[in-house]
Design a protein around this ligand. Structure first.
Ligand code: BDP
Length: 726
């Protein structure tokens, strides 16, 4: 009895807390489409006086979906219901539609906004002032509706509106590394959201909410399966399942793409070869593509990982990447499909420097691919490290479309236990100057087709989505999905603007929350670089799981999977010499970039050990020796997580208790992981430097052997029976 009473009392306390703090329980499922009810009466009155809306003529499924979204948003935020009458058009009325759907109103839309752009403006329609949301196409209208709702979600004025926006990139695509058994390669948020077994019969509400979330930020494509593809995805049984997904996504302007296995003609078709120049192979692909389009008339195309990490590809048959990509492109061209051919290649011959391989293999093929092929290039030349310089292929293939590939899932960023807002990482790469067409040739200009208007453009993000209630595992990991969409729409946006919008839409408009938490977000990636891989270190994490530190790894399957291959620590110093006295990877960059990074005096600290092998006693800009500087970075990185925790603690009561507690606990894990990274790396590198850790710092809690011996079981994201490793 007493226990029951106690239980009830604590439940009541929680309820009270929720009521008093004016924030309700929230599991994060709604992402940034929370549409929380406005509670500030002044704001409510402000918007209610401005807005009335009508049921607009929704002549297509997409317009109907836009209508439904608007109703949900206005009802949830302002309890605003649509007007019954359809005649009123006054300054409070929202008028929504395309020139065709609003035929009687004689609306015009300038061609310059393109097929996916939109206008939101206060204007005269039928001689009456109103708010018009319009576009050339239905999907443009939907983007306009989402952006209008964003104005309310972020409490902006709706007076005198004059907004015109359009995407700078055509293909804005999420890449799911989801396997058909529902495991997700490098996925840290549960299983795959595609419930293959129940498809096509059962349409999970998640598919619809996934599509809404994507459309709200302008994502218009989804590669639904792992780049390490299973040939089965092209079998009729799976095409039926994909068709069911495509039917949902279509309403929200999202096309489906699949990753294909290059040897599918053999594995699925029973042919003897998958040689791309073999007529029977060409025919098999052409027939298969026709079959796919008979199920999904607006199918997007293929993503291909070929001749990399054991995957088959044209080189398996003595042919080139061009032969392989063009053969698939020819099959897709009659249907306007595209091939996204990945440049992340490294084969069994271990190169002198893995960072050089993609450039060496692809650069000679500039201008040789069909115009519906786009080469998908990771942001950096190794593999989604916490920090990498931009990939040297950007700008180096002026006659070939290059598509950016970012990784949203935090394979090398602490999985979904670490708060790492990736927008600063994206921006760092996008705003890097390649100098390939003179000063100002930023990666952003290259991938938006700024130097060659004829090329198709794209950006891909490796998804961080799974069946976890909050989709991404960490409440703040949702911000990386959101930021990706925003950058794919406009790569020149600022990380701060995106964080601001996301926080307001996802949590609250309380500036006492938004401003300190935005600061945390903007600093978080640098903090993580500091406690994991400061000063240009890279690839020193646990072998195969990629979780936690593993700078000692020297016995992986091949040399370039070992941490020691990358940091090259010895008694003299540390770092990978990529200057002309080393691997000369720097020669792949333009002279201005190469010159800057090659010279120790100008090379930024951030890239120092990426490009140079430097003495432990080398005097850094700060005046510290390299050793002391390295130690300083590791300690300040871990310290910054403590600071982040202190800030978050103060947010109690400003957000719902559920998400507050979840973030709080995850920060506890992040701190212990940051301390582990710090202590393991400092102790390990000390075995080479033989220099002391300055006495201002606390001593590591354990000896090096303790960290080396740590074991982790069933680490997520690697699948199979690969259950344990450090
Ligand atoms: C690496 C991942 C691996 C992926 C590969 C890729 O460790 O799981 O298959 O990239 O991008 O980062 O193909």
């Amino acid at each position: 009895m007493k226990r029951k009473l106690l239980k009830n009392t604590s439940a009541l306390a929680l309820l009270l807390l929720v009521t008093i703090s004016n924030v309700r329980a929230d599991n994060g499922y709604k992402l940034w489409l929370e549409y929380s009810k406005l509670t500030n009466q002044k704001e409510v009155v402000f918007y209610q006086q401005k807005l009335r809306y009508l049921i607009f003529p929704a002549t297509s499924a997409t317009l109907k979906a836009a209508q439904a979204e608007l109703q949900t948003g206005l009802n949830d935020m302002l309890s605003l219901k649509p007007e019954k009458s359809v005649e009123i058009i006054n300054s409070q009325t929202l008028v929504i539609g395309t020139p065709q759907s609003l035929k009687s109103l004689a609306i015009t839309v300038p061609d310059s906004i393109g097929d996916e752009g939109y206008l939101i403006k206060t204007t005269l329609v039928n001689k009456r002032s109103c708010i018009l949301i319009t576009a050339k196409t239905d999907i443009g209208v939907m983007y306009g509706v989402f952006n209008f709702l964003k104005l309310l979600q972020t409490r902006q004025s709706v007076n005198d509106l004059n907004i015109s926006d359009h995407p700078r990139i055509t293909y804005r695509i999420l890449d799911h590394w989801d396997n058909l058994n529902r495991s997700v390669e490098r996925g840290y948020a549960g299983s795959s959201i595609w419930n293959w077994h129940k498809l096509p019969g059962f349409i999970d509400q998640r598919y619809i909410d996934y599509a809404r979330a994507n459309a709200s930020v302008g994502i218009n494509g989804s590669v639904i399966n792992n780049v390490n593809a299973d040939a089965l995805i092209l079998s009729p049984a799976y095409l039926l399942k994909i068709q069911a997904l495509a039917n949902v996504f279509r309403l929200y302007g999202i096309k489906i793409y699949v990753s294909v296995k290059f040897s599918s003609p053999v594995e699925l078709g029973g042919l003897k070869t998958a040689d791309p120049l073999d007529p029977a192979v060409k025919k098999w692909w052409a027939d298969k593509v026709n079959e796919i389009y008979s199920y999904i008339p607006d199918f997007g195309g293929f993503l291909v990982k070929a001749n990399s990490e054991g995957q088959p590809g044209p080189q398996t048959y003595g042919r080139s990447h061009v032969d392989g990509a063009n053969m698939l492109a020819d099959a897709l061209a009659p249907h306007q499909g595209i091939v996204m051919w990945r440049a992340f290649v490294y084969d069994n011959k271990v190169p002198d420097d893995r960072s050089k391989q993609a450039f060496n293999e692809f650069k000679p093929f500039d201008g040789k691919f069909r115009n519906n092929v786009i080469i998908q290039v990771k942001n950096g030349p190794i593999d989604f490290q916490p920090r990498e310089p931009f990939h040297p292929l950007f700008g180096a293939m002026p006659n070939t479309p290059l598509m950016m590939e970012f990784q949203l899932t935090q394979e090398y960023l602490g999985f979904s236990t670490h708060l790492v807002y990736e927008a600063p990482l994206f921006t760092e790469c996008l705003q890097s100057d390649t100098y390939t067409q003179g000063k100002g040739s930023t990666v952003s200009r290259v991938i938006t087709g700024g130097f060659n208007k004829k090329l198709i453009t794209g950006m891909a993000g490796v998804a961080n989505i799974g069946t976890d209630v909050n989709w991404c595992g960490h409440p703040f990991a949702q911000a990386n999905w959101y930021a990706f969409g925003r950058f794919a729409w406009n790569p020149d946006l600022s990380p701060a603007t995106i964080a601001d919008d996301w926080l307001r839409m996802t949590f609250t408009n309380d500036n006492g929350f938004v401003s300190p938490v935005k600061k945390i977000m903007l600093q978080s990636r640098e903090n993580t670089v500091n406690y994991m891989t400061p000063l240009g270190l890279h690839h020193i994490m646990g072998v195969s799981t990629h979780y936690g530190p593993g700078p000692w790894v020297d016995n992986a399957g091949r040399p370039d999977w070992n941490a020691t291959y990358y940091h090259k620590a010895d008694s003299a110093g540390i770092g990978f010499d990529r200057t002309s006295s080393g691997s000369d990877a720097l020669a792949q960059y333009m002279p201005q970039v190469k010159g800057h990074w090659e010279n120790l005096a100008t090379c930024p600290d951030e890239y120092l050990l990426w490009f140079h092998h430097v003495k432990w006693t080398y005097k850094m800009r700060s005046g510290n020796s390299l050793w002391n500087e390295l130690v300083h970075h590791y300690y300040s990185g871990a310290e910054s997580v403590k600071q982040m925790q202190l800030t978050w603690d103060k947010m109690s009561g400003k957000v719902d208790p559920e998400r507050f507690a979840e973030v709080n606990q995850l920060m506890g894990i992040q701190l212990s992981e940051a301390l582990r990274w710090r202590d393991a790396c400092v102790l390990y590198f000390q075995t080479f430097s033989k220099m002391p850790i300055e006495s201002i710092y606390p001593k590591p809690d354990h000896p090096l052997s303790y960290y080396k011996d740590m074991k982790f079981y069933y680490v997520p994201g690697i699948g199979g029976n690969n259950y344990m490793t450090n």
